[in-house]
Design a binder for this molecule. Structure first.
Ligand SMILES: Cc1cc2nc3c(=O)[nH]c(=O)nc-3n(C[C@H](O)[C@H](O)[C@H](O)COP(=O)(O)O)c2cc1C
Length: 379
C-alpha cells in the first residue's frame, strides 16, 4: 500500500438541523485581525492545506485545481491554505503534486490565487519538501534512515546541500508572493517531511550544527528559512508584517501517549517558544505524528474521544502565548461537533480551525456549520 502522509480517518457525527435565526453572531463567525498585518479574517474557519493530487506532468495546475479552489473560496472561509507545494523537483512525494521551482509553475498558480481573491478570501501557500518521503531519484534526508524496510535509503544531506535547500525555499517564497500574489506563507514542518525529519530525534541522528544534540540545531534549518523570509519581506522599521508566516508544526511524534501532566514535551515547548518569541511567526498551526510507521493516529493522543486530539494542545498554547501576536490554529476532525468547535473559539482554546476532509465531503460546509449554530450567514 502506498503511504499517504496526509490521510487519517475519524468518525464524524451529524447534528439535526435547528431553525435559523440571525442573532447573535456565534464566535466561530466573528471577524478578527492578524496582528501587525493588514489582514482581516472573516471568521475562524480555514481550509487546511490539502494536496489535490491532480498536477500535470510538469507539476503544474490542472482543471481540477480551478474547480476545487473556486468551490472553497465561494464559501468564504477566513483563509485558504493552498496545498503543499514543492520547492524542488527532488522533494516531490507523489507524481501529481504541484511544484513552485520555476516561474511557469508560479504563473499558473497565480490564476487560482486571483480567483480566490475575487471572492475576498485570504490565501497562503504551503511550502513543502518531502525529504526521505520523496519519490525522486536522489532522495535526501538529515540522516540515512529510510521510512520503513520497503523504502529507499536516503542520502544524508551535507552542509552545501542544506544551504541549497534553504535558498530554494526563499526562491519558492519569492515566486509565491511576487508572481502568484499569495497573502502569506506556511512552512510545513510536519507529516514526516524534511523539516520534520530534522526536528525529530527519530530521523535526525546528525552530530553537526543541524543535528540531534540541541533543540536549536534540530530546528536550525526551519529558523533560517523563516529568517530569510522575514529579511526578504518583513524588514520594516515599524514592526509591521507584510507577509505573515505560518508554521504547521508537529508537536508530538505520537509514538507514546502524553503523560497527561504536561501536554507538550519540554523540547518541543522550547522549539515553539523560539518560533513564537524569537522568529515572531503569525500563525502556529499544530499537528502531530506521521514521522514513522510507529506513529499512532492522532486520536490515540487523548483519552476523551469527544475532544479533537489537537485541541488539548491548542488550549494549552493559547494560554502560554496569550501575551504574543501569534494566532494558534490546529486541524484534525474539528468539524465533528460544530457547537463544541464554536465553544472552543469562544473560550479561547483556538483561533483558527483548519478543516480538511470536511471541505471535500461537503461542498457547502460553511453554510452547514452556520445552520448547526442556528446562524444565518450574511449574503
Ligand atoms: C487529501 C488530503 C491531502 C492533504 N494534503 C496536505 C498537505 O498538502 N499539507 C498538509 O500539511 N496537510 C495535508 N493534509 C492534512 C490536512 O491538512 C489536515 O491536517 C488533516 O486532514 C486533518 O484535518 P481534517 O480532519 O479536518 O481533515 C491533507 C489531508 C487530506 C485528506
Amino acid at each position: 500500500m502506498t503511504y499517504n502522509p496526509f490521510r487519517e480517518q475519524y468518525n464524524s457525527t451529524s447534528n439535526t438541523q435547528p431553525t435559523l435565526t440571525s442573532t447573535p453572531i456565534p464566535s466561530l463567525f466573528k471577524p478578527f485581525k492578524v496582528s501587525n498585518t493588514s489582514i482581516n479574517l472573516k471568521n475562524h474557519i480555514a481550509v487546511s492545506s490539502m494536496c489535490s493530487f491532480a498536477a500535470d506532468n510538469n507539476h503544474e495546475i490542472a482543471n481540477l485545481h480551478h474547480s476545487r479552489y473556486k468551490s472553497f473560496a465561494s464559501q468564504k472561509p477566513s483563509i485558504i491554505m493552498f496545498e503543499g507545494t514543492f520547492i524542488n523537483s527532488n522533494s516531490i512525494i507523489d507524481d501529481k503534486e504541484l511544484g513552485i521551482w520555476n516561474d511557469e509553475q508560479a504563473f499558473k498558480i497565480k490564476e487560482i490565487v486571483d480567483e480566490i481573491h475575487s471572492f475576498g478570501c485570504i490565501c497562503f501557500i504551503q511550502l513543502f519538501h518531502g525529504g526521505r518521503m520523496a519519490k525522486g531519484l536522489n532522495i535526501v534526508a538529515p540522516s540515512s534512515i529510510p521510512y520503513d524496510s520497503n523504502s529507499i535509503v536516503p542520502k544524508e544531506l551535507n552542509l552545501k546541500e542544506i544551504a541549497k535547500i534553504r535558498f530554494e525555499y526563499l526562491e519558492a517564497a519569492k515566486r509565491s508572493i511576487n508572481i502568484c500574489g499569495f497573502d502569506g506563507i506556511e512552512i510545513a514542518c510536519c507529516n514526516g517531511n524534511l523539516l520534520h525529519q530534522f526536528q525529530s530525534k527519530i530521523t535526525n541522528h546528525r552530530e553537526d550544527e543541524y543535528g540531534k544534540k540541541t533543540i536549536e540545531s534540530r530546528i536550525k534549518l526551519l529558523c533560517e528559512i523563516i529568517d530569510d523570509l522575514n529579511n526578504e519581506f518583513n524588514s520594516t522599521n515599524d514592526n509591521s508584517i507584510k507577509v505573515p508566516i505560518s508554521v504547521k508544526f508537529s508537536i508530538n511524534d505520537n509514538i507514546k501517549r502524553a503523560s497527561g501532566i504536561h501536554p507538550i514535551e519540554e523540547d518541543i515547548m522550547k522549539m515553539l517558544k523560539i518560533l513564537v518569541y524569537d522568529k515572531k511567526i503569525s500563525i502556529l498551526n499544530i499537528t502531530s505524528g506521521k514521522i514513522s510507521p510507529n506513529s499512532k493516529l492522532r486520536y490515540t493522543l487523548n483519552r476523551n474521544s469527544n475532544i479533537p486530539a489537537h485541541i488539548i494542545f491548542s488550549s494549552f498554547l493559547k494560554k502560554e502565548f496569550s501575551n504574543t501576536n501569534c494566532l494558534i490554529g490546529c486541524s484534525g476532525a474539528l468539524n465533528m461537533n460544530i457547537p463544541k468547535l464554536n465553544d472552543y473559539i469562544e473560550k479561547n482554546k483556538l483561533d483558527i480551525a483548519f478543516i480538511g476532509e470536511g471541505f471535500l465531503e461537503d461542498p457547502n460546509l460553511i453554510e452547514s456549520m452556520a445552520i448547526k449554530l442556528n446562524y444565518l450567514l450574511p449574503p
